[in-house]
Design a protein around this ligand. Structure first.
Ligand SMILES: CC(C)(COP(=O)(O)OP(=O)(O)OC[C@H]1O[C@@H](n2cnc3c(N)ncnc32)[C@H](O)[C@@H]1OP(=O)(O)O)[C@@H](O)C(=O)NCCC(=O)NCCS
Length: 383
């Protein structure tokens, strides 16, 4: 078609929609949810407050609004009996696979077992109810699948506990230390949303078809599971562990660079300065303290010095993954839980984006330029 517009590969820099949810300013090292700095929110607010902000557009104005949102969210943590019955089979069948594979299947089943209907057929309140349902159940699915994989029974959610503390409770079956619960809560707040990334776009494409809330989130989890997106917190932690002591950092890093390898947890596609999430997570990690935290801080300094010397033309800094692994580890999460835990927070951003997309009631349907052999060719006679 003559009026088609050709865009850069990967749609880099192309604005495909308008959003009121948030944005990333890579040159400034700043990102925001609605009109607030995400880092400021993580410093002073609870996960549920920020969830309400991202989904509904405003922070709770008072305790009554806060209680109202908590009441909407807490029942969603309970998994339907059909899901609880099937989960052991899903976990057994996906043993050894990417833990996101089990989550993806669990969310799909949750949607079907909860009778979720196409977003197209729902009004705004019904869409919100379904999106909260999927988001609230995600940590319960992750925690239950983790426990089953260890031969343990799932732990029922505790309605008295806030979201992050309840997540730790459902994983460990122990009352969480408030400092660790707060540290994890701050990590979760910091990773709720981050611009128009691949999984968010995927969720919006599916939402634009009018499919149900679970379908959109299953697609987003699928996108997140790809190695270019799902992140490297466990690989960053492995690098720190492989280094082992501050004096080994420099030779180790130089050798990696000489071999042309990348240092996990450094560099970012959008940020050309400090990643604000990394700065805040370093503070969170240092507040908790510990040998691994001290080592990570030393390693970061060394990596920055070596990268500045060996890659002077490219500003490279620690990204969110570097301290994310350190913080999650310090909070008692095993490495295989790092990426599923990222999904626990990012599902809030996905569902907010799905709600926004569903309001537009326009299917996302771009075009592709056909570059194959010229049609119409005669169809060969089959032999
Ligand atoms: C995140 C990442 C994919 C962003 O990539 P990008 O912005 O597209 O950067 P490019 O791939 O174009 O790399 C540009 C230059 O910086 C270098 N570079 C980027 N990240 C690097 C890293 N972590 N270690 C060493 N060099 C790095 C590249 O080697 C390249 O240098 P060259 O031109 O001399 O070959 C990349 O920085 C990376 O692979 N980081 C490590 C993995 C990681 O931490 N992922 C989690 C991301 S949240």
């Amino acid at each position: 078609m003559a009026d088609n517009i050709t865009v850069p590969p990967g749609l880099r820099g192309v604005e495909v929609t308008e959003t009121e949810i948030g944005d990333v300013r890579g040159l400034e090292g700043f990102y925001h949810y609605r009109q607030y700095s995400a880092v400021d929110l993580a410093k002073s607010r609870t996960f549920e407050d920020v969830w309400r902000l991202v989904l509904d557009g405003s922070l709770p104005a008072d305790e009554a609004e806060r209680a109202e949102f908590a009441a909407a969210v807490r029942p969603g943590r309970e998994l339907p009996p059909a899901v609880l019955e099937q989960l052991p089979g899903i976990v057994a069948a996906s043993a050894g696979a990417n833990p996101l594979d089990g989550l993806r299947t669990g969310v799909s089943l949750l949607g079907a077992a909860s009778g979720l209907r196409p977003l197209w057929d729902l009004d705004a309140a019904e869409r919100r109810r379904d999106l909260i349902r999927v988001a609230a159940a995600t940590p319960a699915l992750v925690a239950a699948a983790h426990r089953l994989s260890k031969g343990l029974e799932p732990v029922e959610p505790d309605p008295e506990l806030a979201h992050a503390a309840n997540y730790l409770w459902m994983i460990t079956g122990e009352r969480p230390d408030p400092d660790l619960a707060r540290a994890l809560e701050q990590y979760l707040i910091l990773t709720i949303d981050h611009g128009f990334n691949s999984s968010t776009f995927t969720a919006r494409v599916i939402a634009s078809t009018g499919a149900d809330a679970a379908a959109a989130i299953v697609g987003a989890i699928g996108a997140l599971s790809g190695p270019l997106h799902g992140g490297a917190p466990s690989r960053a932690l492995e690098t720190i562990d492989a280094i082992g002591s501050p004096e080994r950092a420099e030779p180790y890093i130089r050798e990696l660079i000489e071999r042309g390898e990348r240092i996990m947890g450094f560099g970012h596609a959008v940020y050309r300065t400090d990643d604000p999430r990394s700065l805040m997570l370093r503070d969170v990690a240092q507040r908790l303290g510990g040998g691994r935290v001290d080592l990570a801080v030393q390693v970061e300094k060394t990596v920055l010095a070596v990268l500045a010397e060996t890659k002077p033309d490219r500003p490279l800094y620690a990204n969110v993954e570097f301290y994310a692994g350190v913080v999650m580890d310090r909070c008692g999460l095993p490495q295989e839980m790092f990426t599923p835990t990222f999904a626990v927070s990012r599902v809030i951003g996905w569902t907010a984006n799905v709600a926004e997309q569903a309001r537009q009631r326009t299917i996302i349907r771009p075009a592709a330029r056909y570059v194959g052999p010229p049609p119409p060719a005669p169809v060969p006679v089959s032999r």
